[in-house]
Ligand binder design. Structure first.
Ligand SMILES: [Zn+2]
Length: 809
């Protein structure tokens, strides 16, 4: 309650100064912070020169730009060929998001060619807008046959999946960014026409509405800030207050879209609730709370934050544990292999935590933001800026399609989000209010900070963060003046990974953080995560911060079943992962890391664009022919988690077992594990999974399996070709079946053949060819000496068929 009382005072003081109520603490805009470090500067440049042009090219190649052109032709009554609506009703946003990212780069890096290209896109968007302001190509292209998610009339399915307001939310974000970058009103005017249509249609005494996929609230808040027109703010609040179980909208009561309760009554990131929608809603609520002073919103956000930071945050900062519904799981449901952790949810998590910092001036939010930023967010884009992860799991077999980065996606939300987020990273470094400044992130940079008190302060940071923990800051106010600098001491340097009991360090770091001002030691006793330095500052004053960066082992709360008996490795803000390519035999899932294993850090300038690796000895486990577990001590290397899957596909693991009880020994090589695999059809999954020697937990174990999805009701086959002819007499088939989640089921029947010369012959057996779930279906047959075996399966009608494992003896 104390924090909330403080908030009121902050809001009022801010209100009195600027005339418009807003966040009590203001971010120093990214345009004022010039990054020149080894870590972020190259990433921001790759985003500008590679990812943004690449994403625009993909928007064109995939018809997303063409959707606007076709909608414009429909409006002009021109004939055109293809009347099919977009692939998804939110495809428009992929264009808006990259315009937003491009606008941010234009703000700091003039580029007439890029600006002209964006102008051209805006002309196309303008032409696709209906005369009353409505803008949504999924309907306009062919109003009588709109996209099937769009509904027969405007807005009627908004509470579920039409995404009309989602499209507009991204339009508003892009429009304000473009206006601020170029001073041009072209996109802003398009946005305001749509917002005015919303205001005419919806609100108290008019129709009610709320978005099935949130973001329009944040967008409207930006329109309000850009124009001062309070109708947009009122609309954002109206939409937030309209959602809930008593609403008349489609989707009322639905937890998937956070409509299970009124927003002010919500207490947690509800299980089954879509994670990106949740993060965007909480960010929008924070904006509306800041702009209106609504304390009920703040109280709800504080409760929800306690739930997420205490029970639903992966150690990488990833959120949204479940693939089903791209959703939050239950408390402590934080799986590793199947962790979904959408890149967009990480972006949303940082939007939200940054906003909560601006409300509360507490570094615990920056700790979550930084953890996400350096780990589970930038893992979403490859080091070269051209391939992306949609999901960010914490363990991989290398066998699943999701274990490989992709240049684009059918649902392409994540790449666009990367373009806009990366370009704005410098905006998270500093904040200020009145005569106080906050140093939140440690990034080599030069900043010109305009303080509320009228002072301009040049701040220079020199550091090799995140690889080294020493930071030199030079403070140069335009004239000698008293003010306050709050220097963040990160949770990782205070023996507190985040401000909850979800994670803790296994050891205690006793090396002290040292802070000096002009060479004199200052006591490091952080309050809300900051050391407060109040004095008269003069040009060239030096703040030196030295944070020891030992390698730390992190353990999770015992209620997180997936992490029991395991540790994660961290150093500074970086979470580490063991990846196949750096470890013997290309395997890491058979490793255990005893607590006694000594680890060392080493910076490798040539590796993965320059990373500090963690090295030591681990124990590799393997099963011998008799089933006995063998232990081999071997070299161990871990890389920053964000950098995995930049060197091909293979095993990866963040949480390492500390004892044999939790470890997974590598299987003893058999005729099956060494066989070459051939499968029928053109399946999307890697068939290698079926002979990796692992024992599935159940038929719906998604860790490493193979299926013929999306082919349905078909006959398929898989063959093992042995290294040399072998005498075999037994097979085991463990079927994959994802009843309840997908459309793969056990087959109706199967048979087993062996190769005799050029001929395939059935094995001789009286055993039944079983199709039971959750076990090996074993068939013993007359021994044959053969070079190859074949399994033929017949799928049930209208579903696919798949195999977890196929063993041979
Ligand atoms: Zn996404």
């Amino acid at each position: 309650m104390k924090a909330i009382a403080g908030f009121v005072v902050l809001v009022l003081s801010c209100h009195a100064q600027s005339g418009q109520r807003d966040y009590p603490v203001k971010p120093v805009p990214f345009t004022a912070v010039h990054v020149n470090d080894v870590f972020w500067a190259p990433r921001i440049e790759t985003n500008r020169t590679v990812t943004i042009p690449f994403a625009f090219q993909k928007d064109e190649e995939t018809g997303r730009v063409d959707n606007f052109i076709r909608a414009a032709k429909a409006l002009r009554g021109e004939t055109f060929e293809n009347h099919r609506p977009p692939g998804y009703p939110f495809d428009d946003t992929d264009v808006y998001k990259v315009i937003e990212g491009a606008s941010y780069t234009l703000s700091v890096h003039p580029d007439p060619k890029l600006e002209a290209y964006v102008d051209g896109l805006i002309e196309r968007i303008a032409a696709a807008q209906e005369s009353d302001g409505y803008l949504y190509t999924a309907r306009t292209i062919d109003p009588l046959n709109p996209h099937r998610w769009a509904g027969a009339q405007r807005w009627v399915l908004e509470g579920v999946n039409s995404h009309e307001l989602y499209d507009l939310g991204h339009l508003y974000e892009a429009a304000v960014a473009h206006y601020q970058a170029t001073g041009k009103r072209t996109l802003l005017d398009i946005a305001l026409r749509t917002a005015n249509l919303l205001d005419q249609t919806f609100g108290p005494g008019k129709q009610a509405i709320w978005p099935g996929h949130q973001i329009v609230e944040m967008g409207l808040a930006k329109l309000y800030r850009a124009t001062g027109d309070v109708r947009y703010l009122n609309l954002a609040k109206f939409m937030l207050d309209s959602r809930g179980p008593d609403s008349k909208e489609q989707g009322a009561g639905n937890r998937y879209v956070q409509a299970h309760q009124k927003v002010v009554d919500q207490t947690d990131a509800v299980a089954g609730g879509h994670a990106v929608r949740a993060m965007y809603m909480y960010s929008g609520m924070a904006d509306v709370a800041a702009l209106t002073g609504d304390m009920a919103y703040v109280a709800a956000l504080d409760r929800i934050w306690e739930n997420v930071a205490g029970k639903k945050l992966h150690v990488t900062g990833g959120v949204g544990a479940r693939a089903a519904g791209e959703a939050f799981g239950d408390d402590y449901e934080l799986p590793n292999m199947s962790a979904y952790n959408e890149t967009c949810a990480a972006v949303g998590n940082d939007y939200w935590n940054h906003r909560l910092f601006l409300l509360h001036a507490d570094a615990k939010y920056i700790d979550v933001m930084e953890r996400t930023l350096y780990n589970g967010l930038i893992s979403g884009v490859s080091l070269d800026g051209t391939t992306f992860f949609y999901q960010n799991p914490l363990e991989a077999t290398g066998m699943a399609s999701k274990d490989q980065r992709s240049p684009w996606f059918g649902v392409a939300c994540c790449p666009g989000n990367i373009t806009r987020f990366m370009a704005s990273v410098p905006g998270y470094v500093y904040a200020q209010r009145g005569d106080a400044m906050w140093v939140n992130l440690f990034v080599g940079s030069t900043a010109d900070i305009k303080m509320d008190n009228g002072r301009t302060v040049k701040m220079v940071q020199e550091t090799r963060y995140p690889w080294e923990g020493s930071v030199k800051m030079t403070v140069s106010p335009d004239q000698n003046a008293p003010f306050t600098i709050h220097v963040r001491i990160p949770g990782w340097a205070r023996n507190e990974p985040i401000a909850s009991d979800l994670y803790r360090f296994a050891d205690k770091n006793t090396d002290p953080v040292v802070l000096k001002v002009n060479g004199k030691n200052v006591p490091v006793k952080p309050d809300k995560g900051y050391v407060t330095l109040s004095q008269t500052w003069k040009k060239g004053d030096a703040i030196e911060l030295d944070m020891p960066m030992p390698i730390r082992r992190v353990v999770a709360n015992d209620q997180v079943a997936a992490d029991r008996g395991r540790v994660a490795i961290e150093r500074g803000p970086i979470v580490y992962a063991a990846e196949w390519v750096d470890n013997p035999n290309g395997k890491v899932r058979n490793l255990m890391l005893p607590d006694s294993a000594r680890l060392t850090a080493e910076f490798k300038p040539e590796l993965l664009k320059g990373v500090t690796v963690v090295k030591g000895k681990a124990v590799a486990l393997a099963t011998d022919a008799q089933g006995k577990v063998l232990r081999t001590e071997q070299d161990f290397t871990a890389i920053p988690y964000y950098a995995w899957a930049n060197r091909g596909k293979g095993q990866m693991m963040v949480w390492l077992p500390t004892s044999e009880a939790n470890a997974k020994p590598a299987a003893y090589p058999t005729v099956a594990t060494t066989a070459k695999i051939t499968v029928s059809g053109r399946p999307q999954h890697n068939p290698e999974a079926i002979h990796d020697g692992e024992i599935p937990a159940a038929s719906n174990d998604h860790s490493s399996y193979f299926d013929w999805y999306p082919a349905r009701g078909n006959k398929e086959s898989v063959e093992y070709t042995f290294e040399k002819p072998a005498t075999v007499s037994e097979c085991g088939l463990y079927w994959f079946d994802d009843t309840g989640q997908g459309s793969v089921r056990v087959p109706t029947s199967w048979r087993l053949l062996y190769k005799d010369g050029a001929e395939w012959k059935q094995v001789e057996t009286t055993d039944a060819f079983g199709v039971e779930k959750d076990r090996f279906n074993k068939v013993t047959f007359q021994p044959v000496t053969t070079g190859a075996l074949r399994v033929e399966v017949t799928a049930q009608p209208n579903v696919s068929v798949g195999i977890e494992k196929w063993t041979v003896k």
